[in-house]
Design a protein around this ligand. Structure first.
Ligand code: UD1
Length: 367
C-alpha cells in the first residue's frame, strides 16, 4: 500500500513522525511525504525534521506565506498533480492548519481516501481559522482518529458515521514520551533556576495591538518577580517590531527546536500560552499551564489535565499564576490513551482500511 502524509506547519511534524515510523515497520508499505511549505524557515521546519529523525520530504510544494485563500488555493493546485502522479491508497492529514484542509479538499474531489489524525476537536469558535479547518476536514475525511472522547462526541453530534470514528489517543504524546530523556539533556545552559515560559502567536492575541500591549505589560509585571522566557513566533515578532512595542524585562528568544523547547517546559514553574499542542504537553508533564484564550478545542486538558483557561481576564492570570508559583495549583492527571501507542493503533487501522477498500474494489471488479 502507498500512504501519503501531508505536513506543512510546525505542529504537524511531531504528529507525523511516529506514524511514519509505525507504518514503515509494516510489511508492504510504501510512503510518500509531502511538505506543503506553509512553514519554511529553518527553525520552524528543518530543525524539527532533523530532531524527529523524519525522512526528508519527497515533495515540497513550497507555497510559503499568504492570505488564507492564497495559501489554501496554492496548496490545492500544487498538490493535485502529486496525487494524480502517485495515486496513493490513503492520504493522512494532521491537526488543523491550512495545509490540513487544503489537502483534504483535493483528495475528496479526486476520490482518494483521507485519514485525519487529531479529529473531532472543537473550540466552537468560528472566528478561529483552525476551527473552520477542523470542521471541513472532519466532514470530508474517511477515517477520523480522535485523541480524546470529547472529539468522538463532537463528531457523533455532527452526524459523522460511527464506523468512521476511532478513539486512538494523542499521537503527540508518542513523540513526547520517546524524546523526553533527550529533551531533559538538552535544556539550554544558563537558564534561570525558576522561570515562567511564554508562547503567543494566535491572531486573537498578537494581531490586536491594544490587547497585545496589555498582555505585554502584564508579563513585564510578572518578570519583576520571576524571569519570563518568551520564544517568539515569526508572526508575533513581526507584530512587536511593527508596533515598536516595549518588551522591557522579558527574555525574548528565537523560536526553539522541539527538544530544547520540550526540555524548557519540563523545567518551567508555569507556562502561559495560546498554543494547542502546549496545552497538551504541559498536561502530560503536569506543569501548570495558563491558556490565554477564551476557549479551547482541548477541554480535556482543563477537566483532567493541568490547564486553566484565562480568557481575557489578565488580573485572574496574575492572581492564579501567583498561586501556582507558591505551589498552590489543582491536581491533574494524564488523559486516557495518552500512552505513547497512538501511532501503533492508527497504523493498524489504516492498514485494515486500505485492505478492505482494496478487497471491495476487487469484488466490484469481479462482478
Ligand atoms: C499556523 C497555523 C496555526 C498553528 C501555527 C503554529 C493555520 C491557519 N494556522 O499559524 O494553527 O498554531 O501555524 O506555528 O494554518 N512565517 C515565517 N516563517 C515561517 C512561517 C511563517 O516568517 O516559516 C511568518 C509569515 O510572516 C507568515 C506568518 O508567520 O505570514 C504566519 O504564518 P502562517 O503559516 O500563515 O500562520 P501561523 O501563524 O504560523
Amino acid at each position: 500500500m502507498l500512504i501519503c502524509h501531508v505536513v506543512g506547519a510546525r505542529p504537524n511534524f511531531m504528529k507525523a513522525a511516529p506514524l511514519i515510523r509505525a507504518l514503515a515497520a509494516m510489511d508492504g508499505t510504501r510512503q510518500l511525504l509531502v511538505h506543503t511549505g506553509q512553514h519554511y524557515d529553518a527553525n520552524m521546519s528543518d530543525v524539527f525534521f532533523r530532531q524527529l529523525a523524519m525522512p526528508a520530504p519527497d515533495v515540497n510544494l513550497q507555497v510559503g506565506s499568504g492570505t488564507h485563500a492564497q495559501q489554501t488555493a496554492q496548496i490545492m493546485s500544487r498538490f493535485e498533480p502529486v496525487l494524480e502522479e502517485h495515486a496513493p491508497d490513503m492520504v493522512v492529514v494532521y491537526g488543523d492548519v491550512n495545509s490540513t484542509v487544503a489537502a483534504t479538499l483535493v483528495c475528496a474531489k479526486l476520490g482518494i481516501r483521507v485519514a485525519h489524525v487529531e479529529a473531532g476537536l472543537r473550540s466552537f469558535d468560528r472566528t478561529m481559522p483552525e476551527e473552520i479547518n477542523r470542521l471541513v476536514t472532519d466532514q470530508l475525511a474517511d477515517l477520523l482518529f480522535a485523541p480524546s472522547r470529547d472529539g468522538v462526541d463532537n463528531l457523533l453530534r455532527e452526524g459523522v458515521a460511527p464506523e468512521r470514528i476511532h478513539l486512538v489517543g494523542n499521537i503527540m504524546i508518542d513523540t513526547l514520551k520517546q524524546m523526553l530523556p533527550e529533551a531533559k539533556r538538552r535544556i539550554p545552559q544558563g537558564l534561570p533556576s525558576r522561570y515562567v515560559l511564554v508562547t503567543l502567536h494566535r491572531p486573537s492575541n498578537v494581531d490586536d495591538p491594544e490587547w497585545l500591549v496589555s498582555v505585554l505589560s502584564l508579563l513585564q509585571a510578572v518578570a519583576k518577580d520571576v524571569p519570563v522566557l518568551f520564544p517568539v513566533h515569526p508572526r508575533t515578532r513581526a507584530r512587536l517590531q511593527g508596533a515598536k512595542l516595549s518588551t522591557g524585562e522579558l527574555q525574548l528568544l528565537d523560536p526553539m527546536p522541539y527538544l530544547e523547547f520540550l526540555g524548557m517546559q519540563t523545567a518551567a514553574a508555569a507556562v502561559i500560552t495560546d498554543s494547542g499542542g502546549i496545552q497538551e504537553e504541559t498536561t502530560y508533564l503536569g506543569i501548570p499551564c495558563f491558556t490565554l484564550r477564551e476557549n479551547t478545542e482541548r477541554p480535556i486538558t482543563i477537566s483532567v489535565g493541568s490547564n486553566v483557561l484565562i480568557g481575557r481576564d489578565l488580573e485572574a492570570l496574575r492572581r492564579q499564576l501567583g498561586h501556582a508559583l507558591e505551589g498552590r495549583f489543582k491536581s491533574s492527571a494524564v488523559p486516557e490513551l495518552w500512552d505513547g501507542s497512538a501511532s501503533q493503533r492508527i497504523a493498524e487501522l489504516i492498514a485494515r482500511d486500505v485492505d478492505s477498500a482494496r478487497h471491495s474494489a476487487a469484488v466490484v471488479g469481479a462482478n
